[in-house]
Design a protein around this ligand. Sequence first.
Ligand code: FES
Length: 145
Amino acid sequence: MSEFDQLYREVILDHYKNPRGHGLIEDADAEAEGENPLCGDEVTIYVAFRDDGDTIDEVKFSGRGCAISQAATSMLTEMVKGRSAMQVATLPREELLDEIGIPLTPVRLKCALLGLSTLKLALHKAKGTPLPDEWSGMADELDLK
Ligand code: FES
C-alpha cells in the first residue's frame, strides 16, 4: 500500500471512530432514511437550513453501518455546510469519492454513497430539488424513504 493510500485510510478510520455530525436534529427542516439492502445498514439524515430557508446550516446523521458508510457520511456533513440545497442536490458524487480518496469496489461504492443519496432524497422531499441522473440505478440498489 502506498503512503498516500495509508493516509487516506487513516482519515477514513478517524471519521469512523470520531464521526462529525453524529446525532439528530429535533424538528429538522429536511429528513430521510436510507438503507443498503445488501447488508441492512441504515442511515437517517437530518438537515437544518439557515434563516433564508435554503442554505444548509447543519447536517446530522444517525444509524449504523460499516466504516466506509459512516466515514463517508461524516465527511459529507462537513462538505455540505454553507451550501445551498440546489448545490448539494447537484453535487457530483465524484466530489465525495475524491474526498474518500481510495478506490472502491462496486459493493463498497454503495456503502460510500448511502449518506449522499439519502441527503439528496431529504432535500428533494423538503425542497423539491431534482434527484440525480444516476438516481434510477441507485434507487433500485439502495432502499430510500
Ligand atoms: Fe453496510 Fe457498508 S457494509 S453500508
